[in-house]
Design a protein around this ligand. Structure first.
Ligand SMILES: Cc1cc2nc3c(=O)[nH]c(=O)nc-3n(C[C@H](O)[C@H](O)[C@H](O)COP(=O)(O)OP(=O)(O)OC[C@H]3O[C@@H](n4cnc5c(N)ncnc54)[C@H](O)[C@@H]3O)c2cc1C
Length: 395
């Protein structure tokens, strides 16, 4: 794919977003406010009607067959233009798993709901005692006739309270290597025996949950692949997420905001010159760090597009990306000056047309800072990513 066609694609996207993205949703994204499920569904359905929601999927399954460069351009351009992020659990995670490993019946049953966003998915991998060491998971699925009986619990399950379905790793065997006893099961969240309990994260918001499974009966037809295939499928799923891992579009948007906030501080006669100089230097430093992250991301995408294996490069993007995000969110709080301590989680749920005053802006920035801590934990902690990098490059 030529550079010219990517430039033209980006221009088409910008036009499309200007025409189609509802203003109240764009306003909430630009203001750093929380979105409801209905906002995400609305935007995803707008994209789907245009054929752009599942652009990375193969054409035969309802996608556009976009290559990695086009996928990256889509992610950056939508973020830069205040569109909501695409929630990955359906379209980027379970969808590709089902069209790659699923039976024809599973494809017919599940892919249309993912594409239309009418069926909302969550990801049930982590458990108490099985996060970084995922192979330690203990939730069991025992075959009983045409069903599996599932018992155990999942932890940190993001959006389980919105979800209709969960793609879940379960233990179907305790013999052999731990990884070989893991299977991939699709579970209807309305099944009797499932309890979802909220966990409020450090920012005071309800993003994630505990999910308890007590004698949950799941049709055996909901097993993807064969028993014991779960580990292989989970690894495929993580590799599939590589283009989104550095999330540079959202960071470029945040940098523009920090730049505007810094300009206001620089123009404020009550701020000491020394403080202004520190802020200016920090902004330059962050700009350079983000530029290098974008360059690393482009380099990785080019290499993957040319057939290079994932290796430890995705881990480098994850570590660097989260470090840059956290440094940016620290700067955002510093720019708040006297308002730096303000954080009212309720501010994030105000109506879309609420005026953003200084205190509300401080709440948004505090939210950015606090939730930013989670980024170096989920999707594999930064310490674990560093182990992967070390194993990949050290003799
Ligand atoms: C906000 C949020 C949302 C999440 N959403 C989901 C979700 O939707 N679905 C899902 O399945 N999971 C989800 N997770 C879980 C996430 O993937 C795990 O929290 C993560 O993998 C870490 O596992 P743990 O919490 O059990 O910590 P542990 O694995 O217990 O780690 C504790 C500490 O020890 C360090 N550590 C562990 N092992 C090593 C090692 N070998 N070398 C060096 N250091 C090590 C870790 O880096 C960490 O600092 C979410 C987590 C958060 C915080």
């Amino acid at each position: 794919m030529s550079a010219e066609s990517i430039i033209a694609f980006r221009a088409d996207l910008r036009d499309f977003i200007r025409r189609e993205l509802p203003l109240e949703i764009a306003g909430r994204v630009a203001g750093g406010m929380e979105l409801d499920k209905s906002d995400y569904v609305r935007w995803q359905q707008i994209l789907h009607r245009h054929g752009w929601f599942a652009g990375a999927w193969p054409v035969e399954h309802g996608g556009q067959g976009w290559d990695l460069r086009r996928q990256l351009a889509f992610l950056q351009e939508t973020a830069l233009n205040d569109a909501p992020m695409i929630i990955p659990y359906g379209v980027s995670m379970v969808g590709p798993v089902i069209y790659t490993f699923g039976s024809e019946a599973q494809k017919r049953q599940h892919l249309p709901g993912v594409l239309s966003s009418e069926v909302w998915w969550c990801q049930g991998y982590s458990e108490p005692g099985a996060g970084s060491d995922l192979a330690a998971l203990r939730t069991t699925a025992v075959r009983d006739g045409d069903e599996y009986v599932v018992n155990g619990s999942k932890l940190w399950t993001t959006e389980a309270h919105w979800a209709d379905m969960m793609h879940c790793l379960v233990r179907t065997s305790n013999t052999g290597k731990r990884q070989e006893g893991i299977s991939f099961l699709l579970i209807d969240m309305k099944t009797p025996g499932i309890t979802v309990r909220p966990i409020l994260t450090i920012d005071g918001q309800h993003h994630t949950n505990e999910v308890f499974l007590d004698d949950v009966r799941v049709p055996a037809g909901n097993l993807v692949g064969s028993e014991g295939d779960g580990w292989r499928i989970a690894k495929f799923l993580l590799g599939n997420e590589r283009v989104a891992i550095a999330d540079t579009g959202a960071k470029l948007r945040l940098l523009a905001r920090l730049s505007a906030m810094n300009a206001m501080v620089q123009a404020d006669p009550t701020v000491l010159p020394m403080v202004k100089a520190q802020h200016a230097a920090r902004l330059v430093d962050l700009t350079v760090r983000l530029d290098t992250l974008c360059a690393l991301e482009e380099h990785c995408v080019e290499a993957w597009a040319a057939g290079s294996p994932l290796g430890s490069t995705a881990s480098m993007l994850k570590v660097r990306g989260t470090e840059v995000l956290q440094a940016m969110s620290e700067f955002a709080v510093a720019l708040q000056g006297a308002y730096a301590g303000v954080h009212d989680p309720a501010d994030l749920h105000l109506p879309g047309d609420a005026r953003i005053n200084a205190a509300r802006q401080a709440s948004m920035m505090a939210h950015q800072y606090l939730y930013g801590r989670c980024w170096s934990i989920f999707g594999g902690t930064n310490e674990v990513q560093r182990n992967i990098i070390a194993a990949g490059i050290l003799p």
